[in-house]
Design a protein around this ligand. Structure first.
Ligand code: FES
Ligand SMILES: [Fe+2]
Length: 371
């Protein structure tokens, strides 16, 4: 491990991790018998829903001569390429028909595949599994299988509300993620008269512990820093409120706040779109405010403000990053960012060697900073 006392120079490598599920787009933007263009990890995809409403994801390039399949004709079952009319099953990508073949030409049509990706709908989003690049020749590979289901939000009662927010960020996924876990920008970026100002900066201490593929800010009574916490205080005694924040590779930030029978849960993801572009999606579930009509609207308003402040900041940051400046990570405020880079490197190393992943944290750690 590098010396943690001096500022660490580090340039995010913008490497995008394959072999994981990623949020592709909000479920309410994909309708039956319709197609949507999406880019994930620089892969062009066409995403749609079949006649039954089941989502699917195909590589947006015909295996014949690369025509974007989103320009094709979709009948709710098969997708017909707009160039030479080859037809593909949308779920496994298998070719069904090549119109130019004569009766005595016995090309094995069913051995041809348009690349297809495992696809799931979960908590208001369509998720797509991006496998490691396949070594087989393009056009003949069967769809990869995901080794686990797409991530879900923890819920603690049968009735709850769900809402999402999404924002494009013109920075690499690494900057998106370390911006998300960065505690020191709060008083400068997220100022508001009803919230906090730079004059409210004070010293904080938080406990962290390693978890598989990530780290956890241990369950604690929040120090008044998060928006849902401020709202929750209206419902429960301050000392009965606990919050846990997890970060898990490749891009998952989970926040769980519990106060007696009330709970608030969110799953925020930072999805690599291209090397220099990512998207932040926040999905929240909660069982509070059900009796206040403006509750969900208020919550969404608060979150939208936060995400917009982050987006504007990263837009400006992107200007500075154009010229490849050296970057630093300092202790303790940037320690979570260091863990993120180390986790990523450890994950890739384990994959390369086939061995076990070596977690960068050996045990619980207490971090201190002012924010
Ligand atoms: S390019 Fe798609 S059928 Fe020829
Ligand atoms: Fe922020």
């Amino acid at each position: 491990m590098p010396d943690l006392d001096s500022p660490q120079r580090q340039t995010p490598d913008s490497l995008m991790l394959t072999g994981f599920w990623y949020r592709a787009l909000p479920a309410d933007r994909v309708h039956r018998n319709q197609l949507q263009k999406v880019t994930l990890l620089e892969i062009p995809l066409v995403i749609g829903r079949d006649r039954q409403g089941q989502p699917f994801a195909l590589r947006d390039a015909c295996p014949h001569r690369g025509m974007p399949l989103n320009s094709g004709k979709f009948d709710g079952e098969n997708l017909e390429c707009s160039y030479h009319g080859w037809q593909f099953d949308v779920h496994d990508g298998q070719c069904q028909r090549i119109p130019s073949l004569t009766a005595d030409q016995h090309l094995k049509v069913d051995r041809i595949y348009a690349g297809s990706y495992p696809c799931e709908e979960q908590d208001g989003f369509i998720w797509t599994y991006i496998p490691d690049p396949a070594p087989q020749g393009a056009g003949f590979s069967k769809p990869a299988e995901a080794c686990e289901p797409a991530p879900v939000i923890d819920k603690f009662s049968s009735k709850y509300k769900l809402a999402y927010l999404t924002a494009d960020m013109p920075v690499s996924v690494d900057h998106g993620i370390i911006g998300l876990m960065d505690p020191a920008h709060g008083p400068f970026v997220h100022q508001a008269w009803w919230w906090r100002s730079r004059h409210s900066i004070h010293e904080k201490q938080k406990n962290f512990e390693p978890i598989p593929n990530g780290f956890r800010m241990s369950a604690h009574t929040p120090s008044s820093n998060s928006a849902p916490y401020k709202l929750l205080r209206l419902y429960a005694a301050a000392d009965s409120i606990t919050t846990t924040i997890d970060f898990v590779l490749p891009n998952l930030r989970t926040e769980t706040i519990r106060a007696g029978k009330y709970w608030f849960s969110s799953l925020t993801t930072v999805t690599p779109i291209t090397r220099n572009h990512c998207r932040i999606d926040v999905v929240a579930a909660w069982n509070l405010f059900r009796w206040i009509p403006f509750g969900p609207g208020l919550l969404k308003f608060v979150f939208a403000k936060f995400v917009e402040q982050d987006r504007r900041t990263m837009e400006m940051q992107a200007e500075g990053l154009k010229h490849n400046p050296h970057l630093m990570l300092i202790d303790d405020a940037d320690r979570p960012a260091k863990w993120y880079f180390h986790l990523k490197a450890a994950h890739l190393e384990a994959k390369r060697t086939g061995g076990e992943m070596k977690h960068p944290m050996t045990g619980p750690v207490t971090l201190r900073w002012r924010s």
